[in-house]
Design a protein around this ligand. Structure first.
Ligand code: ATP
Ligand code: LTN
Length: 333
């Protein structure tokens, strides 16, 4: 039965605390997909170091992200849950894929351009190579689908290009993956600048709601969220980006459709609306935070999950790597 299910792969970088953008765009969907697919979820710490990290914080964020995955409902028994750096095949396949990727393609990547501008003092090779490592992640596990936010669409396209290129030169080796983007919430905007994506490393922390924020902070941040002067709660991302963003957040956290949410706030002012959004988010996050703290207190359990995950992941990844090595002519013993 396990073998018949399609394979799903995704990852998040253990940089900073997650925002509700990460939760809505990634982790919350994974929870819903885990019974339908054969799921592999990683903590992408090798991607994280493309931007300078404080080592102690990176270590702390790694466990904290693992605990969060589990607290959000990802079941380590049902899925493979592991840390990227524990499986050497990622770096190994990335090296091979580098020779099937053109410098020009990497220079054109929007995220590379954005991050280069943001970290002008450290435009390192890893930052540029980021999408190739991501391609290696996905292709190693022969993933059919990759649920991510729309900001990752370009990286997924290049992964497909690399896979097709390799398959055409040799013979079918890689599964060509599909991106899976949710209709609501694939791009949650910053609360203060809704046209920008909410990011965990934004300069102004008031525009991002973190999964670790307490109730008062969450409500305060939503109270300050940018809306418009129309006083009408309607979904219209073009003309009402702020209100539409809040509606998306409310919709995902309340489990109601956008239309239901619009109806609910018909005739209500923005003050009431923003308070309701803050409350529904705070209500949902409180038990997740409690569970995460409980898990973090049991380091032996978390280490056990990582150890088991690394073994299961490496077994799968090495099968693909060895196939690739054979095709490209690496002499094997
Ligand atoms: P950073 O700000 O450190 O670059 P990030 O917030 O973009 O990080 P990632 O680790 O790069 O977070 O992304 C994790 C997942 O969350 C990805 O699937 C990404 O597409 C998704 N994601 C990130 N930001 C948003 C957002 N604002 N709305 C929806 N999904 C998002
Ligand atoms: N780059 C991704 C994180 C990531 C990822 C992956 C997502 C690393 N490897 C493989 C999907 C599949 C991001 O969300 N910023």
């Amino acid at each position: 039965m396990q073998e018949e299910r399609k394979i799903l792969y995704s990852a998040v970088q253990p940089t900073n605390n997650l925002t509700i953008g990460n939760y809505i765009g990634a982790v919350s969907n994974w929870v819903n997909l885990q019974s339908q697919y054969d799921c592999v979820f990683a903590i992408a710490n090798m991607h994280a170091i493309t931007v300078r990290q404080n080592p102690a914080e990176l270590r702390k964020n790694t466990l904290s992200l693992l605990a969060l995955y589990i607290a959000c409902g990802i079941d380590p028994q049902k899925c493979v849950l592991y840390l990227q750096s524990h499986v050497p095949a990622h770096a190994e396949l990335a090296w091979v894929l580098n020779t099937f990727t053109y410098v020009g393609e990497m220079e054109r990547m929007t995220q590379f351009k954005d991050k280069s501008a943001k970290h002008a003092d450290n435009i390192n090779m890893g930052l540029m190579d980021y999408p190739v490592l991501m391609a290696a992640d996905i292709l190693l596990y022969r993933a059919d689908v990759v649920p991510v936010g729309v900001d990752q669409r370009q990286h997924l396209e290049i992964t497909r290009d690399i896979a097709v290129r390799f398959n055409n030169i040799y013979s079918p080796t890689f599964t060509v993956p599909e991106g899976l983007y949710m209709k609501v919430g694939a791009k949650i905007g910053d609360l203060l600048e809704p046209s920008k994506k909410m990011s965990k490393s934004a300069e102004n922390a008031n525009g991002s709601v973190f999964l670790s924020d307490d109730r008062d902070t969450i409500i305060r941040k939503f109270r300050r969220a940018v809306t418009d002067s129309e006083a009408c709660v309607k979904y219209d991302p073009e003309n009402k980006p702020g209100v539409s963003n809040l509606l998306s957040i409310y919709s995902v956290f309340s489990g109601q459709s956008i239309e239901e949410c619009e109806r609910r706030f018909e005739g209500k002012g923005y003050g009431d609306f923003k308070l309701a959004v803050g409350e529904v988010v705070a209500d949902k996050l409180a038990p997740i935070q409690t569970e995460q703290a409980k898990l973090l207190a049991d380091k032996a359990y978390l280490d056990g999950v990582l150890k088991d995950g690394a073994e299961r992941a490496a077994r799968r990844a090495n099968r693909t790597l060895s196939k690739v090595y054979k095709k490209i002519g690496f002499y094997q013993l």
